[in-house]
Design a protein. Structure first.
Lengths: 405, 250
């Protein structure tokens, strides 16, 4: 078939499709829905992954967590000894690639101001915390060194307790009660918002760790140490350094398992990505079934079309069309149909996921790869499912076809 | 076999050059079905058609005339016997090759016009040229010329539904002659036309036969239509009953 013939076949196909628009749309509905669903799923999934990554990086840049316990589930689950303040200091001073380390000890308590009260988390920590967690102040100041050493009863409010206890009033200088202790408010933190995992990041009050240990907890325990590395590439080095240092400080013999864990946010991100990835793949597979059904719909209609146009096929054969030219004609029609359906599905899928992203709180991330794959697949569906009807047309006997009523 | 874009050698010269008749059937038999349901549509006929003839084929239904036309049109192959077109044994050709033969040397006109619906007259006439790979510009030029030849200049943008029966049949003839065929095969071309249109159409065919030297083989049941031909072949029971040359009607 010459190029001119092919071009004409293409135009004829478009005309044939437009001639019966309603039927064409209904025929390709399966393909449209399948493609739209796959596109939408993948884009929403990508947005969700991006959101998680953004959230986790908002915890702090190049952040590592060090906490006691082992990854393995043994009979003695949390029998690992906690850290102490010296551990945090050692990490900050002795490990290469570490920018800062903040110890953290916390618990829940009731905060009261006037006639308002609010149950919240109390985090005892050092000023390093605000740097490591990249938490800026909205107003006021952080702890003075003297206050850290003395364990003075001062506190920095997160945005939520501030809102709950003070409304719009300026809380600086006011005295609130945390549990049984009176505490002066010296600072308020910027609002970070809700994390991907659902919890409110701003719902806590920071106090000097010495104050927490002496007056609230009654012990020297440090639950977790937050560490920030100097750069993204330094996290692995820092992780190794912390591991070596802590093993030494906790006197763990070579060959024994560590009784603490060093995790970085990258791992958590990867875990989350994998989870959403699996979900996306599953939904995508289900949507692909719709594509298959769409193909069957196309085959069905093409068979009907061949029967309806038996006379026409007979004329073409009589005039001198070869079998393969008739086959190509109907194959092109089926492929054009499915490809148009694919395009419509892509537009619908992109539009839908774009509109849904806002209300779902997800960023819209374009995934060109899946768009191309969807397009190619929709064309392939046309070729695959159009072949049988096209072959049927090509094999018609011209004499009988011309006699067909 | 010529390629699609082969230049059209003047087929009228072909016969004199090779010396072979345009169409030759020798002891052609066509049998449908098997065993008890066997039907002998053609029982061994001999036939020769030369260039420039205007042949009318008559006979009752079941006489074999339609089968003969199908064989002449290369739409069907004989069960036995030889069918030569310009000396080429058609029975030995593949289906594709026969399609090409039809494409380059034959033109068809049917009783039911058999135009493509929802397609303009021009596009209908262009169809054979499309399969020949002729460029769009040339296609249009030749199609318009063919339509003018059959007296339908100015109607090229009309769809068949917008044309009368007589006009549709003339579009069909234009389509049949646009590729400058050696033979025009017409199956009851006036069957769906009234007497006035019939006369009109027959005059057109006589013109094409005389002026353009297009060989015509036409099936008809109407003796007044057959009178326009220069030769009448009558079939009965799968055999040629009579083969008479005559004076053509005006």
């Amino acid at each position: 078939m010459s190029a001119s013939m092919l071009w004409n076949t293409l135009l004829m196909s478009l005309r044939e499709i437009r001639r019966n628009t309603m039927r064409s749309v209904l025929t390709t509905l399966g393909v449209i829905i399948g493609v739209a669903a796959v596109i939408a799923m993948v884009h929403l999934g990508e947005g969700a992954t991006r959101r998680i990554t953004n959230d986790i990086s908002s915890l702090g840049r190049n952040l590592l967590f060090v906490f006691p316990g082992s990854g393995r589930r043994t009979a003695t689950v949390t029998s690992a000894p906690p850290f102490d303040l010296d551990d945090a200091r050692a990490i900050a001073e002795e490990v290469a690639g570490v920018a800062g380390a903040a110890p953290s000890a916390g618990g829940a308590a009731l905060a009261v101001y006037g006639n308002k009260n609010w149950r919240t988390g109390i985090t005892g920590t050092t000023n390093d915390y605000f740097g490591v967690r990249e938490w800026a102040l909205d107003s006021g100041r952080v702890f003075l060194e003297s206050e850290e050493l003395a364990g003075t009863a001062v506190c920095v409010l997160g945005a939520t307790p501030r809102k709950e206890l003070f409304g719009t009033t300026d809380p600086l200088g006011a005295t609130i009660r945390i549990g049984a202790i009176s505490c002066e408010v010296i600072g308020v933190l910027y609002e970070k918002g809700r994390s991907t995992f659902g919890d409110d990041q701003d719902d806590f009050i920071a106090v000097p760790i010495a104050m927490f240990q002496r007056r609230i907890a009654g012990n020297q325990d440090v639950g977790v140490i937050f560490v920030s590395a100097v750069s993204a590439s330094a996290t692995t080095e820092a992780q190794r350094g912390i591991d070596a240092l802590m093993r030494q400080r906790r006197r763990i013999a070579d060959g024994d398992d560590s009784d603490f864990l060093v995790r970085d946010t990258k791992e958590i991100t990867e875990l989350a990505s994998k989870a959403t990835g699996v979900l996306t793949a599953l939904l995508g597979a289900i949507a692909s079934v719709s594509l298959l059904v769409g193909g069957i719909g196309i085959m069905n209609i093409m068979l009907v079309s061949v029967t309806e146009r038996t006379r026409e096929i007979g004329i073409r054969l009589a005039i001198g069309a070869r079998g393969r030219e008739v086959l190509l004609q109907f194959l092109v029609e089926a492929t054009v149909l499915s490809t148009l359906g694919g395009l419509a599905g892509i537009v619908l899928g992109l539009g839908g996921s774009y509109l849904a992203s806002g209300p779902l709180g997800l960023p819209f991330v374009l995934v060109p790869k899946i768009v191309v794959i969807a397009f190619v697949f929709s064309a392939a569906v046309g070729v695959a499912f159009g072949f049988f009807p096209a072959r049927k047309a090509a094999k018609l006997n011209p004499i009988e076809a011309l006699r067909y009523e | 076999m010529p390629s699609e874009s082969a230049p059209r050698a003047s087929v009228r010269e072909g016969a004199t050059r090779t010396g072979a008749p345009l169409i030759e059937l020798r002891a052609v038999t066509k049998i449908y079905g098997k065993g008890e349901a066997e039907v002998r549509a053609l029982a061994g006929i001999d036939l020769v058609v030369e260039d420039g003839e205007f042949v009318a084929v008559m006979g009752a239904s079941g006489s074999g005339k339609s089968t003969c036309m199908n064989v002449l049109g290369c739409l069907d192959t004989p069960t036995a016997g030889e069918h030569r077109f310009r000396g080429v044994e058609v029975g030995a050709l593949s289906q594709d090759q026969r399609a090409l033969l039809r494409r380059h040397y034959l033109g068809f006109v049917f009783q039911g016009f058999n135009l493509l619906a929802r397609t303009t007259a021009l596009e209908n006439v262009e169809l054979p040229l499309l399969y020949r790979g002729v460029s769009a510009r040339d296609r249009r030029k030749r199609a318009l010329a063919a339509l003018a030849q059959v007296g339908l200049a100015g109607r090229e943008t009309h769809a068949p539904s917008e044309l009368s029966g007589g006009q549709q049949q003339r579009v069909a003839i234009a389509r049949a002659i646009v590729s400058d065929p050696a033979v025009l095969l017409a199956d009851e071309p006036t069957g769906n036309l009234d007497s006035a249109r019939t006369v009109e159409l027959m005059r057109l065919l006589v013109d094409l036969n005389r002026e353009q030297h297009i060989t015509i083989v036409m099936v008809t049941h109407d003796p007044t239509v057959a009178a326009y031909a220069s030769r009448i072949i009558t079939f009965r029971d799968g055999l040629v009953l009579t083969d008479v040359r005559q004076e053509q009607a005006a």
